[in-house]
Ligand binder design. Structure first.
Ligand SMILES: [Zn+2]
Length: 399
């Protein structure tokens, strides 16, 4: 098959050399005038469908096209895009046929091995001169910040490029990649749906923020005391209620408003030390105590948004160490904040391949596993050249 193919290519080259001539599409030429000038019936044009007629409008001024003649017929090939051409075969004025044919091209697979010095994106671009490839890599690892890759981290990738006469046509396609960040490996494979998945068919997560009514007032903390109406107090050495939640955190940790509201108190309040109270809707209030200091610019009457920093963790008032005492009240009555407050999490939507699509991906995983191991040796060489492949199949139109 391959030999037959080569022979036909050689024959074609031979024929072209002998009988073909290159022309350029002149300014102002319409497809109809072109047919007329070449002695072809305009019927050929009128019998095309709408889509094809539109495509013919895409022939650009200056476009080179080839006319080949032999004793029996004349063939005209006019490229419309990098991948599609109009083919007209004329036997005589009333015997011509037109078709939209794919332009044959080769698909080359290349591999890249890159050891990061400083910036993954810059260095990958320097190596490939392709923004598309750089962006594809970003897309392949949506949730990983590749900017965090450091000196010595590794990128291995395979991509596909369509070429014709040694020249790249259209953009390269990232097929599979392996990145190593701090010794940890991440794989990504292009599936048939055009998305990238890891070795187990899971897409790198898309993060979507969700709104929740009350958020935890500090990030990264542990609850040192929960809400209870009766508990043993370490300083007073007796049972006492704890009408709030204590979050242990370092002095100076920012404290955030749990929800939108208006500040109704900003000042000292006995055992609570420096505190802020915010009035929210539905008769709810929140209290933040033992602050080291308030956020500058806030006063009674200030409106705050959820998540706004209002002050900083401290140990003012009756306190054994830096922590935030956080209380919530409904119509003046202490309620358990844990019932209202949620840790602000991002909702993670994960797309996972199943069934046949999953099995297909696994085949790719196995295919590339070996090749990733060899990639350092083969470096940036072409590792695979496929024979001519046709990107589109279109029905031929005959007149
Ligand atoms: Zn407390």
């Amino acid at each position: 098959m391959r030999r037959f193919f080569l022979i036909s290519i050689m024959l074609l080259a031979f024929t072209i050399e002998l009988f073909s001539k290159t022309y350029h599409w002149k300014k102002g030429t319409t497809f109809l005038s072109f047919l007329r000038d070449n002695g072809i019936s305009s019927k050929l044009y009128y019998e095309l469908d709408g889509d094809d007629k539109e495509l013919l409008e895409e022939i650009r001024t200056g476009q080179s096209y080839i006319v080949t003649k032999n004793r029996r017929e004349k063939t005209i090939l006019i490229p419309i895009t990098d991948e599609l051409q109009v083919k007209i075969v004329k036997k005589d004025k009333n015997r011509a046929k037109i078709s939209l044919d794919p332009i044959p091209y080769k698909v080359v697979r290349n591999s890249i091995y890159l050891k990061i010095k400083k910036s993954v994106y810059k260095e990958l671009y320097r190596k490939t001169h392709s923004r598309v490839l750089v962006n594809s890599l970003k897309r392949a690892y949506k949730t990983l910040n590749l900017n965090k890759m450091k000196r010595g981290d590794i990128v291995k990738l395979f991509y596909e490029q369509k070429i014709r006469k040694g020249k790249a046509i259209s953009s390269p396609k990232l097929l599979a990649s392996l990145i190593t960040i701090n010794g940890k490996k991440y794989y990504s494979y292009l599936a048939d749906d055009g998305r990238y998945y890891d070795s187990l068919g899971k897409e790198y997560r898309t993060v979507k923020k969700t709104s929740i009514p009350y958020v935890r007032p500090i990030n990264r903390c542990i609850i040192s005391s929960g809400f209870t109406r009766r508990r043993f107090h370490p300083i007073l050495h007796r049972y006492k209620a704890h009408l709030g939640v204590d979050y242990a955190a370092c002095r100076g940790t920012p404290i955030r408003a749990t929800a939108n509201g208006r500040i109704i108190k900003r000042g000292r309040k006995g055992g609570y030390g420096k505190c802020i109270i915010i009035q929210h809707k539905n008769g709810l209030k929140s209290l933040y105590a033992h602050m080291s200091r308030y956020k500058r610019g806030l006063r009674v009457g200030s409106r705050v948004k959820q998540g706004t920093v209002i002050g900083y963790v401290g140990s003012t008032g009756r306190s054994t160490g830096p922590h935030l005492h956080f209380g919530m009240y409904r119509y003046g009555k202490a309620i358990n904040p844990a019932r209202y407050v949620r840790v602000k999490r991002h909702q993670e939507i994960t797309n996972r391949l199943k069934g046949k699509e999953y099995r297909k991906l696994r085949k790719k995983v196995i295919f590339y596993r070996k090749r990733f191991a060899q990639i350092k040796k083969i470096g940036n060489n072409t590792i695979l050249v496929r024979n001519e492949k046709y990107p589109l199949k279109r029905k031929k139109k005959r007149v």
